[in-house]
Design a protein around this ligand. Structure first.
Ligand code: NAP
Length: 284
């Protein structure tokens, strides 16, 4: 049975991808942080999944839990790795502590490279195994830099870069590497973001960020259902698409114009206008 490894399957995009891929006949090796999530998933999907419990920033526990994955995939290798686990650490760059900034990079960037490298032999850098697929769950924030969401944007830009570098380094093995770049998707990440800007209310940015929760709510309302991402994942895995980037946005043309084609100074002015209207904050 083909094995698919997904980080962060407790909720959101990771959970839906796991459910969908199990329905398509794959065995999913998923990671969660909490035993209670592991127990609930095992109860729902029984032998169709294997759940590892570790925080992606905890190197030792990660290494020991990954041994269970190696045991499963050592015969036939790994079909696909989906690097999904991620967090958003919001706030003006000036106000974030080193620890907060480092946590953002640890989860969204460093851990992705570490887990990818551990699995690469089974994805085909060991030529005894068939070439596999790597899907990185990036974000529109990997293409466009929004103020007060800087740490997250920087982490997702790094992930975009990592996607390209791995794809070019791994093409000689036949390993396919691509990114999915979602705009707002209805998941728990939004509720996790609510109230997180309150702690900056006594800073110079406080007044500007006072409407952040309202913005989060309106972004969440216009968000796509999570199944949109699972469908793209299925299309990639079944070979229906070979695109290296999958932008998921209600207005992709406008977004691309903003992200790629308009001059910086024009974009800065547009951003400044939305800031003036206190209409500027999007957390993922
Ligand atoms: N939803 C959106 O609008 C959106 C848009 C663009 C990109 N994305 C990206 O999509 C990915 C999935 O996010 P989501 O929207 O599905 O959010 P979510 O429901 O909050 O899921 C995030 C997953 O990552 C896990 N995770 C977080 N920190 C971790 C850590 N230190 N170690 C191990 N696992 C950790 C979470 O586990 P816990 O349950 O234990 O916290 C959860 O399983 C993220 O990379 C996010 O940046 C989401």
């Amino acid at each position: 049975m083909p094995y698919i490894f997904i980080t962060g399957v407790s909720t959101g995009i990771g959970f839906d991808a796991m459910k969908t891929l199990i329905q398509h006949g794959y065995h999913v090796i998923g990671t969660v942080r909490k035993e209670i999530d592991a127990a609930s998933i095992r109860q729902q999907f029984a032998e169709k999944c294997t759940i590892l419990v570790f925080d992606v920033t905890d190197v030792q526990t990660c290494l020991s839990e990954m041994q269970k994955a190696f045991t499963l995939i050592k015969k036939d290798g790994l079909h696909t790795l989906i690097n999904n686990a991620g967090i958003a650490v919001p706030g003006p760059l000036e106000c974030l502590t080193d620890e907060e900034f480092e946590l953002q990079m640890n989860v969204n960037v460093l851990a992705v490279r570490r887990i990818t490298n551990l699995l690469l032999p089974y994805l085909g850098t060991n030529r005894n195994y068939k070439p596999g697929i790597i899907i990185n769950i990036s974000s529109v924030s990997g293409l466009f830099n929004s103020p007060y969401n800087g740490a997250y944007c920087i982490s997702k830009h790094a992930l975009e870069s990592m996607t390209d570098v791995y794809r070019r380094e791994l093409s000689m093995f036949g390993i396919r590497v691509m990114a999915i770049e979602p705009g707002p998707i209805k998941t728990e990440i939004w509720s996790k973001s609510k109230g997180t800007l309150d702690r900056f209310k006594d800073t110079a940015y406080g007044e500007l960020l006072s409407s952040a929760d309202k913005m989060i709510e309106s972004s969440e309302k216009s968000a796509f259902d999570v199944g949109v991402i699972s469908s793209i994942i299925v299309d990639i895995i079944t070979g229906k698409t070979s695109k290296t980037r999958h932008l998921v946005h209600r207005k992709p043309f406008l977004f691309k114009l903003l992200a790629y084609y308009l001059p910086d100074k024009m974009v800065d002015k547009l951003v400044a206008k939305t800031i003036a209207k206190k209409d500027n904050y999007r957390p993922v």
